[in-house]
Design a protein around this ligand. Structure first.
Ligand code: NDP
Length: 335
């Protein structure tokens, strides 16, 4: 029987490539959860998706109300959910000032973390009913994992501090970062990715035993050509893929990255719960610098095999994880 898979941000980059990979593999009905339905329809046509193999449902991740409406509409389809894949994200490195959602949160905090947190929670009971290998995935990143080159050697560094900033946002203050410090768009992104990975560990601890759901996060590699880098200047968008391909070796094509996420959605290789998956392919040693960090820490690159990557100490911090969980519940109105 076809597995029903919801993918957020299915209309671009990694999400689109994952739809393509799942379509090639067959055996899936894909629910494209997107902010722009017309764009998603165009993508479906471009990929040649058979009419019955996909549906499109609107989801605006900068609005909790939209998340709730999405869940209502999905439930009304009567489909049994087998996999929820939280992939959408914004990266806002060039903004001098933060943007806030209508719900009052800094944009990357809500789009990347809080709305996906709410989506996971609202779909948990449905997913738990699946008899077809239920999985819940939130895409992470090397940049939110400070024990890797991409996360530990290039500032800013992901750090949630004591979450005072998130607490202040909940109290209605226009705080822009979860640690309460001054706004830095690139850091907001990295912090949100750290929160994504911490959420997966929390989900595993809290729900795996009772529900049998496989909870995973993953780092797809540096997909240097996606629209994620839309705020970067022209020269950067030209140079970054070349640098990542020929200097660090951390580059991966959109197609290969899509195959990786599709593997986490469906492959036996990724059926263990509570894991942050990565692939170590072409990451290089340049002079004295080993971009693969010994080839075991998830620096990415094309090729290579999937392996269990070690999340940073902050990511595994149980006390901080519990606090993030409780505050996230409060933020999305679940308490
Ligand atoms: P893209 O910008 O190509 O894709 C992001 C997707 O998120 C788009 O489909 C976009 O919609 C959607 N989106 C953005 N804002 C909203 C919103 N408010 N509501 C609903 N949907 C929204 O980037 P990538 O494909 O590169 O990123 C996908 C994932 O991969 C992210 O989680 C990112 O953190 C992760 N990642 C990417 C890496 C890379 O090198 N590119 C490396 C590591 C992780 P639309 O199509 O309408 O623009």
């Amino acid at each position: 029987k076809d597995r029903t898979v919801i993918i957020t941000g299915a209309s671009s980059g990694l999400g689109k490539a994952t739809v393509a990979a799942l379509n090639n593999a067959g055996g899936h009905h894909i629910v494209m959860a997107v902010r722009d339905a017309a764009k998603a329809e165009q993508v479906a046509q471009e990929l040649g998706l058979p009419a019955k193999s996909y549906s499109i449902l609107e989801l605006q991740l900068d609005s909790f109300e939209s998340v709730k409406t999405f869940v209502r509409k999905f439930k009304a389809t009567g489909r049994q959910l087998d996999c929820l894949c939280c992939n959408a994200a914004v990266y806002l490195p060039n903004q001098p000032v933060p943007t806030f959602t209508p719900d009052g949160y800094e944009e990357s905090v809500q789009v990347n973390h809080l709305s996906h947190f709410l989506l996971c929670r609202l779909l948990m009971a449905d997913l738990a009913k699946s008899k077809n290998d239920p999985r819940m995935i939130i895409v992470g990143s090397i940049t939110g994992n400070t024990n890797t080159v991409g996360g530990g050697a290039v500032a800013p560094f992901a750090n949630l501090g004591d979450l005072k900033g998130l607490e202040a946002m909940i109290d209605g203050e226009q705080k822009s970062m979860m640690d309460g410090k001054e706004y830095w768009g690139a850091k907001c992104y990295k912090d949100s990715k750290l929160a994504n990975m911490m959420t997966v560990l929390q989900l595993h601890d809290r729900y795996h035993e009772d529900t049998g759901i496989t909870f995973s996060s993953m780092y797809p590699g540096c997909i240097a050509e996606t629209a994620l880098f839309r705020q970067k200047r022209g020269w950067f968008r030209w140079f970054f893929p070349i640098f990542m391909k020929f200097v660090t070796g951390g580059y991966v094509s959109q197609e290969e990255a899509g195959e990786r996420l599709a593997q986490v959605v469906s492959s036996e290789d990724c059926s263990e719960s509570g894991v942050y998956w990565a692939w170590n392919g072409g990451a290089k040693t340049v002079g004295w610098y080993d971009f693969s960090m010994g080839g075991v820490r998830g620096a990415g690159g094309a090729g290579g095999k999937v392996f269990k990557c070690n999340p940073s100490a902050e990511c595994r911090d149980k006390v901080l994880g519990d606090k993030l969980w409780e505050l996230s519940e409060e933020a999305v109105g679940m308490t």
